[in-house]
Design a protein around this ligand. Structure first.
Ligand code: ATP
Length: 286
């Protein structure tokens, strides 16, 4: 977490960075959203002005109900949704003033619902992650080694020769995360990466992400995971920012009722000491 365990996080991150050669040149990016607003319509705003900063190596979780604007916001950050007003600055430069290739080299994404990919194998799918930074068409021994390392980290080495299209949803998701990691990005943006994962893999993936040396912005539906692994949490509702604070201060029972329209009891997990959420509806009260 941001305040009380930043030293532990830094140690874990640097240990992991040394074990992943693809992050050897990582220069974690700072992001600044300056009154960023977006809408596909002229007069109806979908994302209302948001101003936040994300520091290099920070892990930011974006949470909010369905339709609150999480994906729209992430699409602004990886240069797909052009702001209607305001700016997204990466290391002080407006991403729309930078060459697309620079953004593609520095930013890796893991998006929802990856479609069919022309019958490529798992190895070939992950190899695509090397494209933004590659200077030659020829695959080197280091490239193959990097691909094998990220597949091992995501627990999908055994699928290396399998057809990507024939994988389960959770297996595909882990392969797509491996593809983003092999790029060795300076900023990693993930849209609901734990959606198809079983509980063990949800925890393992979040734990892995929290050790990476790059800046991370991830949308999550699971508030426990956001509270457990993020440094800061951005809470969204109806396209508006409701709060942006350290993960251990991000959630209160009143705020969850306001944003998610459910009741909650928040206490402390007896083992991990992290916030534990027990949700219920009005109908479930005695
Ligand atoms: N290109 C678009 N054109 C029109 N409406 C859009 C477009 N993109 C998003 N929206 C609308 O903006 C709102 C926010 O959508 P968004 O996908 O950002 O929400 P979300 O918080 O990611 O939701 P979920 O949790 O369901 O994935 C929704 O009402 C959606 O229909």
């Amino acid at each position: 977490m941001l305040n009380n365990s930043s030293t532990n996080n830094d140690t874990k991150r640097s240990e992991n960075a040394t074990s992943l050669s693809c992050f050897a040149d990582c220069k974690p990016a700072a992001f600044e959203l300056k009154n960023l607003a977006w809408s596909p319509y002229k007069h109806t705003p979908l994302l209302h002005p948001i101003s936040i900063t994300v520091n290099p190596t920070e892990f930011v979780a974006v949470v909010g109900p369905n339709g609150s604007g999480k994906t729209s916001l992430l699409r602004c950050l990886y240069r797909v949704n052009k702001p209607s007003s305001g700016q997204v600055l990466m290391d002080g430069k407006d991403i729309w003033s930078l060459p697309a290739r620079t953004c593609a080299q520095r930013i890796a994404t893991v998006l929802q619902d990856t479609g069919a990919e022309f019958g490529l194998s798992v190895f070939e799918m992950v190899e695509i992650g090397l494209t933004p930074k590659s200077t030659s068409w020829k695959r080197t021994a280091e490239d193959s080694e990097a691909i094998e390392s990220v597949l091992a980290l995501l627990d999908v080495s055994h699928l290396i020769e399998r057809n990507f299209n024939a994988l389960s949803g959770g297996e595909r998701q882990r392969v797509m995360i491996a593809r983003a990691l092999v790029q060795g990005p300076d900023i990693l943006i993930l849209d609901e990466p734990t959606n198809h994962l079983d509980i063990r893999h949800q925890l393992e993936v979040l734990e892995l992400l929290s050790t990476l040396p790059c800046t991370i912005i991830v949308s999550l539906h699971d508030l426990s995971l956001a509270a457990a692994y993020a440094d800061r949490v951005l809470v969204m509702k109806d396209g508006q920012m409701q709060g942006y604070s350290a993960a251990n201060e991000a959630f209160t029972e009143q705020q969850i009722e306001h944003v998610f329209e459910v009741k909650t009891i928040i206490d402390q997990h007896p083992i991990t000491r992290r916030p534990r959420f027990s949700f219920y509806t009005n109908n479930q009260q005695d």
